[in-house]
Design a protein around this ligand. Structure first.
Ligand SMILES: [Mg+2]
Length: 258
């Protein structure tokens, strides 16, 4: 082969390979230190990491930092998770009570399901609190049990919003084939009388949650709902047009969904 043609072919192949390569720059957490070059202790570092996660500064992450496993365990199983959840719920009910509702059945509040209405902590205790890569097969087996307990702050909020006259829309990344077990689990946890339960149908499979959920909110608006509030443990539950009048981010330091 002509040396020039060979060079051209090699160049094209390299370009094709690099365009498909996923380049991800991991945060240089190991280099974080105080002014004297000393590494912060794990508790302090992990608290700062959690703030970065909850504010969406961290962006995409696949697993929690290995040094934070004990921190996340203590956070989720101690009083802090419950307290953080209660504070968010108090902010939500405060906002909800100040609203003037149309009273036509179209005053909507959206809830995500996992880590928003129900807690999968019993599963994540056995899965390293997010320190292991997500295993869809074993998680779906857990979902099939329909035994995820309610998050107490969310159950109380849900009932208060119902009392105020909101139509509650449940919008989950779970798939249609999980509808029956999801309804069973919601009832097991104490949730009743939702207006709609929206799950991914065949055309939604593979879409990023942020796109899928935005599209569902757009459909709700076309159906005449006014989306006053939206509660979710992921930014992808909340961001993207159209957004609710107020969006409320619930804590979740165990996993990130795009
Ligand atoms: Mg969730």
């Amino acid at each position: 082969m002509d040396p020039f043609v060979r060079l051209l072919l090699i160049s094209i192949l390299i370009q094709a390979a690099s365009s498909h390569k996923i380049i991800r720059i991991l945060p240089s957490y190991d280099k974080i230190s105080n002014g004297e070059g000393q590494r912060f202790d794990d508790g302090l570092f992990c608290d700062s990491w959690r703030l970065s996660v909850e504010t969406n500064n961290a962006g995409y992450w696949a697993t929690i930092p290995s040094r934070c496993l004990g921190f996340v365990d203590a956070y989720m199983n101690g009083d802090r998770y419950a307290s953080d959840s209660e504070v968010v719920a108090a902010d939500e009910i405060d906002f909800a009570r100040r609203l003037d509702l149309a009273g036509n059945g179209k005053d909507a509040w959206i809830f995500d399901v996992d880590e928003t209405l129900v807690s999968n902590l019993p599963y994540y205790i056995g899965a390293g609190f997010g320190s292991e890569i997500f295993n869809e097969t074993s998680f779906d087996e857990w979902v099939d049990l329909a035994k995820a307990p309610a998050l107490p702050a969310s159950l109380k909020l849900y009932k208060e919003l119902q009392g105020l006259g909101f139509s509650l829309i449940l919008l989950t990344g779970r798939a249609e084939f999980q509808r029956n077990v999801t309804e069973k689990n919601l009832l097991f946890a104490g949730y009743t009388n939702w207006e709609r339960l929206l799950l991914r149908d065949a055309s939604d499979i593979g879409k990023p949650a942020r796109i899928y959920k935005s599209e569902k909110r757009a459909q709700l608006k076309r159906d005449g709902f006014q989306i006053h509030g939206n509660s979710g443990d992921q930014w992808s539950d909340l961001l993207g047009p159209p957004m609710a009048t107020r969006s409320f981010k619930l804590p979740n330091p165990m996993y990130f969904i795009k």
